[in-house]
Design a protein around this ligand. Structure first.
Ligand code: DC
Length: 641
């Protein structure tokens, strides 16, 4: 499992074109049909993700030739021109849609064919589908719980009428439709009761048409599929509308502008409806030629909405709703309790974890306006929970995503695509300047921990130069000699440890002697110039961080995201210094601080001054917790539209 991923908040609105991969649903349908078709198909824009790789692997297993350039998403497939024949084992990995489509494809095949998947997929329901296949005459054996692995011992299927509940997963019905042309007489699929996710059925019918099969749809509940098999075709896959929802949402919560190219309201993907929901919440949605553009409002309002037809975007909406001025009610989606996770429970729990009040209802959830807090959110091995909570993190500093790698199921480059939205692509840099003993290092450490960043202790770097000069007997006033020394030294400051040329110097740079010497060394322009470049390279290499020192906000990082200037009464600082260092009494600490304050603020080069755009925090009477809360709150303010 990968380390939690820090989501970098958006601190100024962006105007960006989102990088959305191809539709998972279209890719998987097209891959299967190309594998079953007669001839060679060329698919473009195919999604490269675990789910589609699983399908590509499966069609290869049953004999299709797959020539894939996953980087560009162009795949040539020569199909088997009919139904698969065993003995075979087809592995769907974690992909529910792949597992279900393969079940139907195996059922119309002949010989011993096993369909299996990983542990999570084995636990997902299959009985409505295996029941329907059995009713059509398939001979099969399921696992003890009725799920995968399922083993078929079929000799093709005759076809005919078949019933299926309409309110479970449309994947079951799509699976039957897709296999229909490979039965001897075709099938007549009837969906009973309420029908959910009909746009996915429309999509199935549309892709089948591209592969030469015309389905007769009688409303949303009855479909006549003729026999005859599939013919190869060329097909360009649209960007994934569910994946696009995270980027529409990202712009909506940060008052930003985003464009999704290749997607329009006429798309066969039901999840494009999500853009309309954002419009209802106050976003401006423009339909361009073959693109959707969304501009987020300054304030979102809540909605009351039935999402049964685009339920994959429920977690996305739940995350957005936290920032609305009124509650949001989501209805009609009780069935999403059986996705990769129980998505209603997962979102209610994780929103709660970051301080957003949400409650489950029998068929959905209610989200109340809240001010979220930093936290590590859990993701239940469910890509949609990880991606939705990441959107929340764009406006909630300190949001970290546990097991971030789970997004690979459908969107391996999700975090890169999210990062690419940031206008400046500058890292998140928090600087804390102030006099010695103001509490900078303790606070810097605590803030960095909350934000998942590292601390750059610049004072330790100056101390390292001073310490090295002292041990080598270099005259501190000899600027050339001290400058040469600084240029030679390799100083590494990492996670509270200081190494000078590979030797641990964490303790020795804190002595009273070094504290005396450091102000003299730090007054030298060449030393300052050298270290300044090292500080900047460190920040670029780390991709952001918390830097503490004297001139971080004024000289080294003038473009920092947030600048804090920490002060405290000198008596309080002396008390702290004496308490933490055996080298100082209260009196000697008072004298040392007085002298250093004077030198640090009166030197000619980069003196200690407060940056104009810094926020002053007087730590005299505040606890570390209170200061950290205040800093996080300041960051959150930057993030609010
Ligand atoms: O933060 P500290 O007490 O460890 O810093 C030691 C000295 O280094 C301090 O007296 C002034 C100097 N310093 C500086 O001039 N510029 C910085 N950015 C950091 C420290």
């Amino acid at each position: 499992m990968s380390r939690p991923r820090v989501i970098r908040p958006v601190t100024s609105p962006f105007d960006a074109t989102a990088q959305i991969p191809g539709s998972k649903s279209l890719s998987n349908r097209a891959l299967l049909l190309a594998g079953l078709a007669e001839g060679t198909s060329v698919l473009r824009g195919v999604l490269d993700a675990d789910d589609t790789r699983a399908m590509a692997g499966a069609i290869e297993s049953f004999g299709a030739t797959v020539d894939a350039d996953w980087e560009t998403g162009t795949i040539s497939i020569t199909g088997i021109g009919g139904a698969p024949s065993g003995p075979l084992s087809l592995d769907a990995n974690q992909s529910g849609v792949t597992g279900r489509f393969l079940l139907a494809a195996a059922a119309v095949g002949s010989g011993a064919i096993e369909v299996t998947g990983d542990e999570q997929l084995r636990a997902r329901p299959m009985t409505d589908l295996t029941g329907a296949l059995t009713a059509l005459g398939a001979r099969l054996e399921t696992s003890a719980t009725g799920g995968l692995p399922v083993t078929f011992a079929s000799a093709g299927l005759t076809g005919g009428p078949v019933q299926l509940p309409g309110d479970v997963s449309s994947q079951f019905a799509s699976a039957l439709l897709l296999a229909g042309p490979l039965t001897a007489e075709g099938i007549d699929v009837q969906l009973e009761g309420e029908v959910v996710s009909t746009p996915y059925l429309d999509m199935t019918v549309e892709v089948m048409a591209r592969f030469g099969v015309e389905v007769d749809a009688f409303g949303a509940a009855r479909y006549g599929v003729p026999p005859g098999g599939y013919t190869a075709c060329e097909l360009t896959i649209e960007p994934d509308a569910s994946a696009a929802s995270y980027f529409l949402a990202a712009a909506a919560v940060t008052a930003s502008t985003v464009r999704i190219e290749g997607l329009s309201t006429t798309s066969v993907q039901g999840d494009v409806e999500f853009a309309e929901v954002m419009a209802q919440m106050g976003a401006t949605v423009r339909h361009r030629d073959n693109a959707i553009e969304l501009v987020g409002p300054n304030q979102l309002v809540g909605v009351d909405i039935d999402m049964r037809d685009f339920s994959d975007t429920v977690p996305t909406l739940a995350a957005v709703a936290a920032f609305a001025s009124t509650p949001t009610t989501i209805r009609g989606v009780g069935f999403i309790r059986h996705k990769e996770s129980d998505r209603l429970a997962a979102m209610v729990t994780e929103l709660g974890r970051v301080g957003v009040r949400a409650e489950e209802t029998p068929d959905g959830m209610i989200i109340h306006p809240s001010v979220p807090q930093p936290s590590v959110v859990q993701t239940y091995d469910d890509h949609r929970i990880a991606m939705s909570m990441s959107v929340l993190g764009l406006r909630n500093p300190g949001t970290r995503i546990a097991d971030p790698g789970c997004v690979a199921k459908t969107f391996p480059r999700f975090y890169e695509a999210l990062e690419a939205l940031h206008p400046d692509r500058e890292p998140l840099v928090v600087v804390i300047d102030g006099p010695a003993g103001a509490g900078k290092s303790t606070v810097a450490k605590a803030i960095a921990e909350r934000l998942g960043l590292l601390v750059l202790d610049t004072g330790a770097m100056y101390r390292s130069v001073a310490h090295s000069a002292l041990t080598r007997g270099i005259d501190l006033k000899d600027w050339d000699a001290v400058g040469d020394l600084a240029a030679q030294l390799r100083i590494e400051v990492d996670a509270g440890q200081v190494l000078i040329d590979g030797v641990d110097a964490t303790q020795v740079i804190r002595t009273a002697e070094v504290s005396q010497a450091v102000s003299v060394v730090a007054a030298q322009p060449r030393v300052r110039e050298l270290l300044k470049h090292q500080f900047r390279s460190w920040m670029v290499a780390q991709g952001g961080g918390v830097a503490e020192g004297r001139d971080m906000g004024t000289v080294v990082f003038p473009e920092a995201t947030l600048k804090i200037f920490m002060t405290a009464d000198i008596e309080e600082r002396a008390k702290r210094r004496a308490a933490e260092s055996p080298d100082f009494s209260y009196e000697s600490a008072l004298a040392d601080l007085g002298r250093r304050d004077e030198v640090d603020s009166s030197r000619a080069h980069d003196p200690l001054t407060e940056a104009e755009d810094a926020v002053t925090i007087d730590s005299t009477a505040l606890s570390v917790e209170q200061i950290v809360d205040e800093v996080i709150e300041l960051l959150a303010d930057l993030v609010r539209p």
